[in-house]
Write a protein that binds this ligand. Structure first.
Ligand SMILES: NC(=O)c1ccc[n+]([C@@H]2O[C@H](COP(=O)([O-])OP(=O)(O)OC[C@H]3O[C@@H](n4cnc5c(N)ncnc54)[C@H](O)[C@@H]3O)[C@@H](O)[C@H]2O)c1
Ligand SMILES: O=c1ccn([C@@H]2O[C@H](COP(=O)(O)OP(=O)(O)O[C@H]3O[C@H](CO)[C@@H](O)[C@H](O)[C@H]3O)[C@@H](O)[C@H]2O)c(=O)[nH]1
Length: 324
């Protein structure tokens, strides 16, 4: 199946090259000219283990452009993989999604049935209440009828992205119309993992609930770890024991400096912000962020204890607190 990928960052590039490896011709679209050149020169613009081999191995099965019309002409399904960064207040900055939806809509006006899939992490309701009206306005077409619209969250981890693409724990497809459902089922046929078909807003929420739960596990491990330190207990052994309970699962209990990365802090904050708009107080998740913000200071306390005269000798960068 011919695929186009809108936005060639971690998610877009890995997803597109993964689909190419599985035999699907792929057109990459990005607004950044140097990324386009780099992809066409077979040089991955980001580092991920296995990505360089993948891009070289699939030469001739993909190309990159900034032309949405050409991309839609040469594909049956487009994945929106642009960034959804945080604004100052924690809410999502949807400008990249807005621009991509608008340009896809314009190109769609000249095409017969085409499927558009939101892969970017967006809050529940965004695909149907934000992306859909933009595409409908720009294309003059009706979603779920003249074109397909779906939400397919991505769960890959930076540093493990290629491996995660080919071996996902599950594939979640939020979809409404039968035609789009069969297009995505066909595309994901080679994957031997549970495939969950849901409502569009449910798929959006599964992504947030997953990241929020993983972040909660880490903050929990850090709180237990802080007591363990005081009691002289090895926290790693504790969670080895805890994780042996099949109801719990041993992963993501590694205590340390707290979670960072490009997703957990942004996604947990966005969910908290959204819940505030809805008049709900997400107390657990607020505590998860609070514990995480304090954790680097705990590490500094620990360092000070072991190296008493630390002042002026070492700088530690804490994601939320700056240099300490
Ligand atoms: N990085 C991860 O590990 C990860 C994992 C799962 C989900 N996600 C989610 O996936 C989305 C993408 O994340 P990412 O890390 O790949 O982002 P990124 O910032 O690395 O890449 C976004 C790409 O989109 C391009 N772009 C921006 N506006 C565009 C437009 N209008 N048209 C075409 N291209 C445009 C940018 O130039 C950039 O190359 C986000 O919503 C993120 O939360 C990220
Ligand atoms: O036991 C653990 C595991 C992770 N971390 C920290 O948590 C952060 C996130 O790590 P990781 O999940 O490996 O990387 P990400 O690339 O941020 O991936 C997360 O965020 C992505 C974007 O949503 C999701 O797709 C992935 O499933 C989810 O794991 C990092 O700061 C890690 O150091 C811990 O402190 N303890």
């Amino acid at each position: 199946m011919k695929v186009s990928i809108i936005g060639c960052g971690y998610v877009g590039l890995v997803t597109g090259l993964g689909f190419a490896e599985l035999g699907n011709p792929v057109v990459f679209v990005d607004s950044n000219g140097s990324k386009i050149k780099s992809i066409n020169d077979l040089i991955p613009p980001i580092y991920e283990p296995g990505l360089e081999e993948l891009i070289k191995k699939n030469e001739g099965k993909f190309y990159a452009t900034n032309d949405y019309f050409e991309a839609l002409d040469n594909s049956e399904v487009s994945f929106i993989c642009v960034g959804t960064p945080s604004k100052e207040d924690g809410s999502l900055d949807l400008r990249q999604v807005e621009e991509a939806s608008s340009k896809l809509g314009k190109a769609l006006a000249e095409k017969e049935f085409h499927v558009i899939v939101v892969k970017s992490t967006v809050l529940p309701g965004t695909t149907e209440n934000f992306v859909k009206p933009i595409i409908e306005k720009e294309s003059g077409k009706k979603a779920f009828d003249d074109f397909g619209l779906a939400m397919n969250p991505e769960f890959l981890r930076e540093g493990n992205a290629v491996e995660d693409f080919f071996n996902p724990d599950r594939i979640v497809i939020g979809v409404k119309d039968e035609r789009t459902k069969s297009v995505l089922e066909e595309l994901y046929k080679p994957f031997d993992c549970p495939k969950l078909i849901t409502e569009i807003k449910t798929a959006e929420m599964i992504k947030y609930a997953s990241n929020a739960f993983l972040a909660t596990k880490i903050s929990f491990a850090n709180e237990i770890g802080n007591i363990c330190k005081k009691l002289g207990i090895d926290v790693y052994k504790v969670f080895e024991g805890v994780g042996l309970d099949h109801r719990i699962n041993p992963s993501f209990f590694r205590a340390g400096i707290g979670f960072g990365g490009s997703c957990f802090p942004k996604d947990v904050r966005a969910l908290i912000r959204k819940s505030e708009e809805l008049g709900e107080d997400l107390q657990i998740l607020k505590a998860v962020i609070e514990v995480n913000e304090k954790q680097p200071l705990k590490m500094i306390e620990l360092l000070k204890k072991h190296i008493p005269d630390l002042r002026g000798k070492i700088s530690v960068f804490c994601p939320f607190l700056g240099l300490k």
